[in-house]
Design a protein around this ligand. Structure first.
Ligand code: GCB
Length: 589
């Protein structure tokens, strides 16, 4: 078979400003997960006392006011809040330390990779400062070739999760501010020249093709070749790198397309300098046509559910593959073909398992409520968080929607900020749709009108509406008529009501399961009347911890809008939603 191998410049999700190793699971690495020593440092004395040096007194007369080895222990990955009573509500600094041993080899590239740390991480290896990262839900890495020692190494990370007004998210959120090293830590042992980043996408049309991009890091020459294979499609291509270590190629191919009903993934292999990276990739297209969302050219209706990244059983940040499987299996059981991963980038397992299970994904960063839209610095942080998420997740077929923001105020400063971010995300990834959850529609005599000028900027309009809960009576929702100034698909990205599982009573008594079910029934009538509606993701799959929910004996600091209790027990509204989805699935999209 002959291939067209064409070098191209500047298409598709490709080169980004941040350096991140793509697909760390397929690399050689030493896991640094497990038990770490920690020191709680509420008054931030650790920087001055140089905790990062991990000094051990040389004599009984030497004063050193800390000692990692005799201090408290915490599991990594994991939030600290659910690992110790004294840390449950803690917001501040915690110093993490662990030792590890390396058989350091010549001609290797060592990279220290963190899946996520909430919110600021300052990282020190063997007493030397490697760098700092801001943002609680995206990966970051450091080149450690100079600082890493053969034999024993001492790694110290200062983590701080104090909320600040110029952070993303800012001071107030409706979720628990879990602090800590919340995702895996890996010491990657890479070749002296390696493929650090790649993307592989499907290009439709009369000449369908697979488009691939590769980027090498470290030691490579212009003549270095990348071997790209997709055995099931008989693809075995040799691609030359350019002087910057990049290559792009288009190979004619007609793969079976990925759909929620049949989420076909192809094994791909990328070989370079004797080392192979493997991945599993789905090929599909997503587009819009007027009010339709098109998946592989066909209209699709998104039957979804919103999900926080919280443990399926009780409190705590979820991070494992097992947690991801449980959460996403529940979504499948409800009849979903789509999930909204709220309100920040979820761990990589969620995306990989969504690919596997056939769940379309709405992904977002925590530009939530009223961040400092007037600040250029804050704007840069938003771009960085987006770029990091996009760099990590660009190869996941499941993701079709990049969401820019959730419930932001309708004013010019915010609209300019978000408009710029939409343009940035479109330029980074022209293959997916951009959306945002908007709650600033105006009230009309008959219901609501979608007229926020920001809606002009997005491809798909997300609407959060709490008819029958925060406003109006449940019955009134059924009479709502929605109109839109824009000829675009609308997703109701949130609606819902709170209920304590097991609390029963009159259907007009708030927090009973009956009331939640009633609010759902009338909202679903409302949705049946929304002409532009092309998807729904009710709020939310399961109850989640939130400092904003203090009502004793009902909330007890849980947001009770879950269709499942905090331990996964179904409430009545679950069945209302499931029945609606069952009917929806039978209708043409
Ligand atoms: C919203 C927010 C979500 C909250 C939810 C609620 O509109 O987007 O983060 O948790 O309402 O329960 O009020």
């Amino acid at each position: 078979m002959k291939y067209w191998i064409i070098l191209l410049i500047g298409w598709l999700p490709s080169a980004f400003a941040v350096e991140l190793v793509q697909n760390t699971a397929s690399r050689d690495y030493q896991s640094l997960n497990g038990e770490w020593d920690v020191i709680i440092d509420a008054f931030d004395v650790g920087d001055k006392r140089k905790f990062f040096t991990n000094t051990i007194p040389r004599s009984p007369s030497q004063l050193v006011e800390y000692n990692f080895s005799s201090s408290m222990k915490l599991q990594v990955p994991g939030d600290w809040n659910t690992q110790g009573k004294e840390l449950f509500r803690y917001e501040g600094s915690v110093w993490y330390h662990r030792k590890f041993t390396v058989d350091k080899r010549k001609n290797k590239n060592y990279v220290l990779y963190f899946g996520a740390v909430n919110y600021i991480a300052k990282v020190y290896l063997n007493g030397e400062f490697l760098g700092e990262h801001e943002g609680g839900f995206t990966p970051f890495q450091f080149d450690v070739n100079d600082n890493l020692k053969g034999g024993d190494n001492s790694l110290v990370v200062k983590v701080n999760n104090r909320r600040e007004s110029d952070y993303i998210p800012t001071m107030s959120t409706d979720w628990w501010n879990y602090g800590g090293i919340t995702r895996s830590v890996k010491l990657l042992e890479l070749e002296n020249g390696y493929i650090s980043d790649y993307s592989v996408v499907y290009g439709p049309g009369s000449d369908p093709a697979i488009k691939a991009y590769f980027k090498a890091t470290g030691d490579y020459s212009k003549k270095s070749k990348v071997q790209f294979r997709v055995p099931e499609l008989d693809i075995n291509a040799t691609v030359a790198l350019d002087k910057d270590g990049k290559a792009e190629v288009i190979i004619p191919a007609d793969p079976k397309l990925w759909t929620p009903e049949d989420p076909k993934l192809y094994g791909i292999e990328i070989a370079f300098k004797g080392r192979e990276v493997v991945d599993r990739i789905g090929f599909r297209t997503v587009d819009i046509d007027g009010i339709e969302i098109l998946l592989n050219g066909e209209p699709v209706f998104l039957r979804g559910i919103s999900i926080h990244e919280e443990s399926p059983k009780g409190a705590g940040r979820a991070w494992s593959e097992e947690d991801a499987r449980t959460l996403l299996s529940w979504a499948k059981e409800l009849g979903c073909n789509y999930v909204r991963l709220a309100h920040y980038p979820h761990n990589e397992a969620m995306l990989r398992i969504a690919d596997e299970m056939g769940l379309l994904v709405w992904a977002e960063i925590p530009v939530y409520w009223d961040i400092q839209f007037g600040s250029e610095e804050v704007y840069k942080k938003a771009e960085t968080q987006y770029t990091e998420m996009l760099t990590r997740d660009k190869n996941r077929a499941a993701i079709i929607l990049w969401s820019i923001a959730n419930e932001t105020p309708k004013d010019e400063v915010r609209t300019e900020f978000l408009g710029k971010l939409v343009d940035k995300v479109h330029s980074l990834d022209p293959t997916r749709l951009v959306t945002a959850a908007i709650n600033t529609q105006s009230t009309t005599e008959y219901g609501r009108r979608i007229d926020d000028p920001f809606a002009e900027k997005v491809d798909v309009i997300g609407i959060n509406t709490y008819c029958g809960w925060y406003e109006d009576t449940p019955e009134e929702c059924a009479n709502y008529r929605w109109v839109s100034d824009y000829n675009k698909p609308v997703i109701v990205s949130e609606f819902g009501a709170g209920a304590l599982q097991g609390f029963h009573g009159d259907e007009h008594q708030v927090f009973t399961e009956e009331n939640q079910a009633l609010v759902y029934r009338y909202n679903l009538e409302m949705l049946d009347n929304m002409k532009d509606l092309r998807g729904v993701s009710p709020w939310i799959l399961k109850d989640f911890l939130s400092p904003r929910r203090p009502l004793a004996n009902i909330q007890d600091y849980w947001n009770r809008k879950g269709l499942l209790s905090e331990n996964g027990v179904k409430k009545k509204a679950w069945y209302v939603m499931k029945d609606w989805y069952e009917e929806k699935a039978k209708q043409p999209a």
